[in-house]
Design a protein around this ligand. Structure first.
Ligand SMILES: *Cc1c(COP(=O)(O)O)cnc(C)c1O
Length: 364
């Protein structure tokens, strides 16, 4: 490793060390080849297995919550509150982490996905929320970030009145992106894996709240790595997501007090597989989930990683990734699969195995 690289790494580590953090992630997570699917698609495909981060079924939220729980414990909190979609992986992981640190957890579930079934309301992440002992509250108004935050604040007030010490995990863009720091850490981890396993040409990941996208992009650039990072939009269209990622990168720089500027031209987002919207399946996503399961024995989820793989497959089929070495960030979310069992079962029972599967097993 060069001296310049080492000092960039030291600077980042020093900046990160100012933030309290609970180190619970099983890290480094593997960076491993998806040889069959890669061969089908004509590229060298690797998976960064952040579905294997360990706590409570894993996923990207374990890395993000290390910093929120660090802050909560430093503040002397005995209770955490969090708001999210009914099948949120964030709230499920927060519930698991609260259990781990002996804290009470209050979860507010927002009705963001229309026409949900009893399965969606009770299975998957919600089953786990209950299993981890979290108290569930419901917020009926769907896409109202400010309203949802106010409702959580009201629950916290009540708890404070009852003598508890609540900490709200604040996820809105008006709050500093503490969770993104978990992905600055992940960028350092990936940089080391690239040193050992060779460099890559592109990283493809889900872009939702943008904590993962902005943290990873910022971390790589702070280390002097120019690897393109492509965000697949899972929550809002590219026109709204790009400025959000840009803003979050600037927020990360401010939070860490580092003079790294990410220009707009470095923020790549595609929304080709977003429709019909957040947490809702489309044919390309079902096909991608199925194809990855059949070709690699790897499980993806309907709201995030299935869409990322669908986006990656579209890019590959359009020739945009030909012959390149590409990292698919598996950000977890697999418990949500069971909340979509009815829709997936319908899709699986109607038709042959997914395109691209080779029954003869003629893989590379
Ligand atoms: C939350 C989540 C994402 C999106 O991450 P952000 O940091 O919110 O952009 C991606 N994948 C999974 C499985 C998630 O739960």
């Amino acid at each position: 490793m060069s001296a310049a690289k080492r000092s960039a790494e030291d600077n980042l580590e020093e900046a990160l060390a100012r933030f309290p953090r609970v180190a619970v992630t099983h890290a480094p997570t593997p960076l491993e080849p998806l040889a069959n699917l890669g061969a089908d698609l004509g590229l060298s495909l690797l998976a960064k297995r952040d579905d294997c981060t360990g706590l409570g079924f894993g996923g990207n939220k374990v890395r993000q919550l290390e910093f929120y729980f660090g802050a909560a414990l430093a503040a002397g909190a005995d209770t955490v509150l969090i708001t999210g979609a009914v099948q949120s992986n964030f709230v499920r992981t927060a519930a698991a982490m609260a259990a781990r640190f002996g804290m009470e957890c209050h979860i507010q579930l927002e009705e963001r996905v229309p026409d949900v079934t009893p399965l969606h309301r009770n299975n998957g992440n919600v089953l786990l929320d209950r299993l981890f002992g979290a108290r569930l509250h419901s917020f009926p108004e769907g896409e109202d970030e400010a309203g949802a935050d106010a409702a959580v604040a009201a629950i916290a007030d009540k708890l404070r009145g009852a003598g508890r010490k609540p900490y709200i995990i604040p996820l809105g863009v008006d709050h500093p992106p503490l969770g993104a720091l978990g992905y600055v850490v992940a960028a350092m981890e990936l940089a080391r894996q690239f040193e050992e396993q060779g460099p890559v040409d592109e990283i493809v990941l889900a872009s939702g709240s943008a904590a993962t996208h902005s943290g990873l992009l910022f971390g790589l650039r702070a280390l002097g790595l120019e690897t393109p990072v492509r965000g697949i939009c899972v929550r809002r269209p590219a026109a709204a997501q790009q400025p959000r990622v840009l803003r979050r990168c600037a927020d990360v720089a401010r939070l860490l007090d580092l003079p790294v500027v990410i220009p707009e031209s470095d923020i790549r987002v595609s929304d080709d597989v977003l429709a019909p919207g957040y947490g809702r399946l489309n044919a390309a996503t079902v096909a991608a989930i199925r194809r990855t399961a059949e070709r690699e024995g790897l499980v993806l989820d309907p709201a995030y990683t299935g869409k990322v793989m669908a986006g990656l497959i579209q890019l590959a089929e359009a020739g945009a990734l030909a012959g390149r070495r590409v990292v698919f960030l598996h950000s977890g979310g697999t418990p949500a699969l069971f909340a979509y069992a009815d829709q997936l079962t319908d899709a699986l029972s109607s038709g042959a195995p997914s395109s691209g599967a080779s029954p003869s097993g003629s893989a590379a």
